[in-house]
Design a binder for this molecule. Structure first.
Ligand code: KG4
Ligand code: ZN
Length: 331
């Protein structure tokens, strides 16, 4: 069963063809980073317009790369939330139009569920219970996956998402946008122990909070303007990583996990990945770190999740819309 997936929830226009929920035949991602960089963040209206221009060529490229045609598709999936309303509408409208033309089912996919399940594209034999950390620009949560379609959101951030904190701190440090990769890069040359930043809510079981940490960095930079940016970046990153690792381990305990899984853009962070490998060695819990292209926004995860939802729940009616605040509901 070939599923075309479309992702337009934020600033990446992406399309992919995935067979039977696991074989990625193609995955095309067109990033709008250059369009938004001079504004220091994603401008929703610019994102929507860019998606309108890019969605057809990106879908066409995904079909060509997969060696397939619209007529060969068995379903079309699109991310219908959470995300930017105007941006989501573009992908969902395109997916519905293609589904109508091809006379195949349309499936709406939750972006968070897609990040959660991305790891299975590379590790299809991962078996629940599994503890998953979903860390992106808009969300930060730990999830207990008790079974393949049964998961519990154990906790999430009460304010900023981890990726948002990376982006804001990078901006403050003059490192540009997107901030996560920039901090990752300069932090590699810094001392993670140079500044002792707070580890917010580290003792709270599953909650996260990053806005106080961001303020701590602001205050530190004001007081010590001559500090080496690499040290400040490394120390900030270390504080975030400490919290993320602690919560994932707490989640693993809670659900008696057989393995640890990460997803979302911040899961591409090299320090987080290195620390999780160390933790895996220390604790014996296997850890699955999806390749970087599967951590950041992509449509392969949408197509794979769409396949699963179609098989388990059936098609989404064409009358269904988008939901910018769609939660990851316990199934
Ligand atoms: O999952 P994603 O591509 O989009 C959302 O669903 O939000 O995540 C984007 C976020 C951005 O905040 C970006 O700065 C962050 O992921 N990010 C990183 C890294 N690569 C991307 N954060 C830390 N280290 C990285 N290497
Ligand atoms: Zn995402």
């Amino acid at each position: 069963m070939k599923v075309l997936g479309i992702e337009t929830s934020c600033d990446e226009t992406a399309a992919a063809v995935v067979e039977d929920g696991r074989d990625v035949l193609s995955s095309v991602v067109s990033s709008q980073v250059d369009l938004h960089a001079r504004f220091g963040g994603v401008v929703p209206e610019i994102a929507s317009r860019a998606h309108v221009e890019l969605v057809n060529p990106v879908v066409a490229e995904a079909l060509v790369e997969a060696g397939t045609e619209v007529g060969d598709l068995d379903a079309v999936a699109a991310c219908h939330g959470p995300g930017l309303a105007g941006a989501l509408l573009v992908g969902v409208s395109a997916a519905k139009a293609i589904a109508l033309v091809a006379d195949v089912p349309y499936v709406g996919v939750n972006h968070l569920e897609a990040h959660l399940r991305a790891a299975w594209l590379e590790e299809p034999d991962l078996n629940p219970p599994i503890a998953v950390l979903v860390v992106s620009g808009g969300h930060t949560m730990v999830v207990a996956m008790d079974d393949f379609d049964r998961y519990r959101v154990l906790g999430q951030t009460v304010d900023d998402a981890a990726g948002e904190a990376f982006d804001k701190v990078a901006r403050l440090l003059g490192l540009g946008y997107p901030g996560g990769p920039a901090i990752d890069r300069v932090a590699a040359e810094g001392d993670p122990e140079a500044v002792s930043f707070p580890r917010p809510m580290i003792d709270d079981a599953f909650g996260f909070s990053f806005s106080g940490l961001k303020t701590a960095v602001v205050n530190h930079v004001r007081r010590h303007p001559d500090d080496d940016v690499r040290d400040v970046a490394a120390s900030f990153q270390e504080a975030v990583v400490d919290v993320l690792v602690a919560k994932l381990l707490a989640a693993a305990d809670e659900c008696d996990a057989k393995a640890l899984v990460v997803g979302g853009g911040v899961a591409a962070n090299s320090r987080l990945r290195a620390r999780l490998l160390d933790v895996s060695t220390e604790t014996g819990w296997p850890v699955c770190l999806p390749s970087l292209a599967l951590c950041t926004d992509n449509a392969a995860m949408i197509a794979a999740t769409g396949y699963r939802r179609l098989v388990e729940d059936g098609p989404t009616p064409l009358s269904a819309g988008i939901d910018p605040n769609l939660p990851l509901t316990a199934r």
